[in-house]
Design a protein around this ligand. Sequence first.
Ligand SMILES: O=P(O)(O)OC[C@H]1O[C@H](OP(=O)(O)OP(=O)(O)O)[C@H](O)[C@@H]1O
Length: 223
Amino acid sequence: MKDHQARLIQLSYENKILTFGDYTLKSGRKSPYFFNSGFFCGGAVLAAVADSYAQTIIDAPDLEFDIIFGPAYKGIPLAAVTIVKLAEKDPAKFGKMEYAYNRKEKKDHGEGGTTVGGSLKGKRVLILDDVMTAGTAIRESMAIINAEGGILAGVALILDRQERMVDYEHSMIAQVRRDYNVPIHSIITLDDIVQFAKGNLPEEDIKKIEDYRSKYKAKPLAE
Ligand SMILES: O=P(O)(O)OC[C@H]1O[C@H](OP(=O)(O)OP(=O)(O)O)[C@H](O)[C@@H]1O
């Protein structure tokens, strides 16, 4: 694990963003861990996630984009703090880059419309969100990007749970990667969380997470 990944997991744990216990997910699965990015609301932990997004994006060999799009709501502050970090890390490349986001409800006064921020028209767009579950947020974002004349360039996420979908052997991330033929990068994965758990949790909790991982682990999507 890179330093920024280890630091982000540690801070997520300390800020109760990453918690361990018994949770029932939207899919009905009983998960021994939960990741609630709604709690990225403290200054230090928000700065850490921004740094990790920016580093993950800079380290990705296959991400070329002109604007960042943060899907409402949770993607909005995450995209905003990430563009700031990118501009700090590489002012020549990112200093003038913009970000944009959507409104969940269309506004019919003032500047109107459903998107706010930089124009997507003719631009390669990086979608930045926290997680992907059923892929709904990404597909809705795609519809907006298409309607505004942008081109999807890739997706950046915080966590890849590496789980298979309910009715398939592969993950939703693999499905979306294939459907749109774009790179998808996550700052951390379930494997990283397991590694963290091994240094910090009691044996029985580690076993629960490892059992969950083997039960639901996604297989690669056949070409
Ligand atoms: O792949 P999906 O099934 O769409 O799940 C992932 C999306 O769900 C969550 O947002 P949510 O839709 O709950 O909206 P919010 O950001 O307003 O909380 C999350 O922030 C992602 O955007």
